[in-house]
Design a protein around this ligand. Structure first.
Ligand SMILES: NC(=O)c1ccc[n+]([C@@H]2O[C@H](COP(=O)([O-])OP(=O)(O)OC[C@H]3O[C@@H](n4cnc5c(N)ncnc54)[C@H](OP(=O)(O)O)[C@@H]3O)[C@@H](O)[C@H]2O)c1
Length: 361
């Protein structure tokens, strides 16, 4: 038995209860539906070599994601710049589908590292690493000066390639505070936090770059190994209550699925330059804690009113709580036709629980 700071934690093993209904979920942030039935349990285990030749056996890919995905054309060559949490997931999906992928990290001794790119040391990929690439995904955040490391150091090399699509992972933080109102791609950005202002500056640089970029604006990213389940297990979850506060989020599977979907769409010509990639269900943070504790069958942390909790929060955490918005996904899910795998936090946390139970992160 594991223990939480404030009580015993008995991991309750959920049994898979058959396949999801098979209905496609076309998003549009309609009323959040209760997604309590578990999705299909079929898993595809894939093994990947990293540059050191070791297997990364901790890599499991839900067959549901793979099954819903169509491979790119055989001549596609994808470069993922920044194979961290999201970039690594995208690379693994593509590889599983048979696409040639090269993935950069700042060191070779980590999973998914095929080549080194580190803008702080000036280590950049060789020109022949870029040869023949057709698609690029950049997950690399802005520098502290608000410059984009990829554009600054690899922009001219990328311009020399015949690219169909570049995806740039940005943040919905560029919308700033909307006091809980809905916000879509048509609304002008109002970044108020310095980090969101830097991000917005990078978005503008990408849009001005002449490259075929599509900006994907993401809310909080979660998935196996990175969710309230992990903070609950570690005894670090806080049940902070603030009137009307919601946060939006996206499961890492849906980042990978949406990237692939947008790569396919790009084959038919340029699409919208900015796309929100968010699930259907903005939700109060305490609802996730409560649902997560139910999955883990552990005690709920004590309630803390925001005013009481605020002084002991990090500056970064306080800055997140100072903004409140609901991010629309109509463009991605209705107009561009992407079906969310995890339309809300309940479906997504069930998936995290299932994956972590089968393969501890
Ligand atoms: N976390 C969130 O909730 C959230 C929400 C919205 C948007 N975003 C943004 O979405 C993107 C993906 O998020 P994530 O959580 O998947 O990020 P992540 O795991 O931190 O991955 C970021 C990647 O960028 C690489 N990188 C960082 N600085 C670099 C530099 N100076 N030169 C070269 N490479 C560099 C990292 O290299 P290594 O692999 O060597 O570490 C890593 O591969 C990020 O830009 C993030 O800021 C995140």
């Amino acid at each position: 038995m594991m223990t939480l700071a404030n009580g015993p934690l008995k991991a309750r093993v959920l049994r898979c209860q058959g396949q999801r209904s098979g209905q496609k979920n076309h998003g549009d942030n309609g009323p959040c539906r209760d997604q309590t039935s578990l999705g299909g349990c079929g898993r595809l285990t894939t093994r990947f070599h990293n540059r050191s030749g070791k297997f990364n056996t901790n890599v499991l890919m839900l067959s549901e994601l793979v099954n819903q995905s169509k491979p790119l054309k055989p001549d596609a060559r994808v470069l993922v710049l920044g194979g961290g949490y999201s970039g690594g997931h995208v690379a693994r999906l593509l590889r599983t589908l048979g696409t040639a992928v090269r993935c950069s990290r700042r060191s070779l001794n980590v999973p998914d590292a095929d080549l080194v790119f580190d803008s702080t040391t000036g280590q950049i990929p060789m020109l022949n690493d870029l040869d023949g690439i057709t698609h690029v995904l950049s997950t690399i955040p802005p520098t502290t000066e608000g410059q984009d490391p990829v554009l600054t150091q690899l922009g001219s090399q990328l311009r020399g390639q015949s690219l169909t699509w570049i995806g740039y992972l940005s943040t919905t933080g560029v919308y700033g505070d909307r006091q809980g109102r809905w916000v879509s791609e048509d609304d002008p950005a109002h970044p108020s936090q310095p980090r969101s202002q830097r991000r917005y500056a990078c978005e503008q640089d990408w849009l001005d770059s002449g490259l075929p970029v599509q900006i994907l604006r993401l809310p909080g990213i979660y998935g196996p190994g990175r969710s309230v389940l992990n903070s609950l297990r570690a005894g670090k979850a806080r049940r902070i209550l603030k009137n009307n506060q919601v946060f939006c989020r996206i499961h890492v599977d849906d980042i990978a699925g949406a990237c692939l979907h947008l790569m396919h769409r790009a084959a038919d010509g340029p699409g919208p330059t900015i796309v929100n990639v968010s699930d259907n269900c903005p939700a109060a943070p305490q609802d996730l804690i409560q649902y997560g504790a139910g999955l883990l069958n552990c005690e709920l942390p004590d309630e803390e009113p925001f005013e009481q909790a605020s002084p002991s929060m990090s500056a970064m955490a306080r800055s997140f709580w100072s903004e409140n918005r609901r991010v629309r996904n109509t463009l991605l899910c209705r107009q561009l036709g992407y079906s969310l795998l995890h339309p809300d936090f309940k479906a997504g946390l069930q998936d995290c629980f299932r994956q972590e139970t089968q393969s501890p992160y």
